[in-house]
Ligand binder design. Structure first.
Ligand code: ZN
Length: 218
C-alpha cells in the first residue's frame, strides 16, 4: 500500500507528492521545488525515509509543476514520464518562466510517454494513467486502485476545477475529463489535487458547484 508525502512548493503553492510503498520504491509527482531550501527539504525527507526513487512523473507541463524537474533528474537520474503533448508546454516555460521569477534553463523532455490505458509500476504499486485534458492538452492523472488515490494535478480541486483559459485549455473538455475519467472512480477515492487541500470523489460529486451546474445542464 502506498504512503504519500505532500510538499507545498514555489510561489504558486503547488503540491508536490512523494509516493512510495513497503518495498521503499517510489516516485516524485510534479516536483515544483524551486528554491534551494525547498530542494533540500525534499532530499532530506527522501533520504530519511530511505526511498529509492524510480521515476519522475508530471501531470502536465505548467511551470509550477515542472520547476524542479531538472533538479530531480540530476539528483536521482531516473526516467521522466509524461504525456507526449507535454513538449510544447515545457517549451513555453523556457519563455514565460522568467516573468514569474522561475527561470527554466534546460529543455528536459520525457523519456517515456504515456496516455490513457497505460500504467506506471514501481515496487508493488501500479498507477493507471488517465488522460484528463481541458486544463492543459498534455494533462494526465495517476490512479492507484489499491489505496483508492488519484493524483489529479490541476483538473479537479476541492470545490473547484482547473483553469481552462490557458493555452490549450477548454472548459467542455475539462468537464468531460472530470465526469468521464474521475467521477467514475469509487466514491471514497481520495483526490490529491495539484493545489490546496485533498478531497474525495464522493464529496466533489455531491458538492462541487461546477460539477453540479454542468450536470444539471446536460
Ligand atoms: Zn497547471
Amino acid at each position: 500500500m502506498i504512503q504519500i508525502q505532500r510538499f507545498i512548493f514555489n510561489p504558486f503553492s503547488e503540491n508536490t507528492f512523494i509516493v512510495w510503498d513497503e518495498t521503499k520504491e517510489g516516485v516524485i509527482i510534479d516536483p515544483g521545488c524551486h528554491s534551494e531550501s525547498e530542494r533540500k527539504r525534499m532530499v532530506q525527507f527522501i533520504e530519511k525515509e530511505g526511498i529509492n526513487i524510480r521515476y519522475l512523473l508530471n501531470t502536465h507541463g505548467h511551470i509550477d509543476h515542472i520547476a524542479g524537474n531538472s533538479f530531480v533528474k540530476k539528483q536521482w537520474k531516473v526516467p521522466f514520464i509524461a504525456h507526449e503533448k507535454i513538449e510544447s508546454e515545457i517549451r513555453q516555460t523556457l519563455v514565460y518562466g522568467i516573468q514569474y521569477g522561475i527561470p527554466i534553463t534546460e529543455l528536459l523532455l520525457p523519456e517515456i510517454c504515456v496516455t490513457q490505458g497505460d500504467s506506471v509500476k514501481f515496487g508493488d504499486t501500479t498507477f493507471s494513467v488517465l488522460y484528463t485534458p481541458g486544463h492543459a492538452v498534455s494533462h494526465i492523472s495517476f490512479y492507484d486502485a489499491e489505496s483508492r488515490s488519484v493524483f489529479s494535478g490541476d483538473v479537479l480541486f476541492q470545490m473547484g476545477i482547473g483553469r481552462w483559459d490557458f493555452q490549450g485549455g477548454n472548459f467542455d473538455v475539462l468537464m468531460e475529463s472530470i465526469i468521464n475519467q474521475l467521477l467514475i472512480l469509487p466514491e471514497d477515492t481520495t483526490v490529491y489535487c495539484g493545489h490546496g487541500d485533498f478531497t474525495t470523489i464522493g464529496m466533489e460529486r455531491r458538492s462541487n458547484p461546477y460539477i453540479k451546474n454542468y450536470l444539471s445542464k446536460i
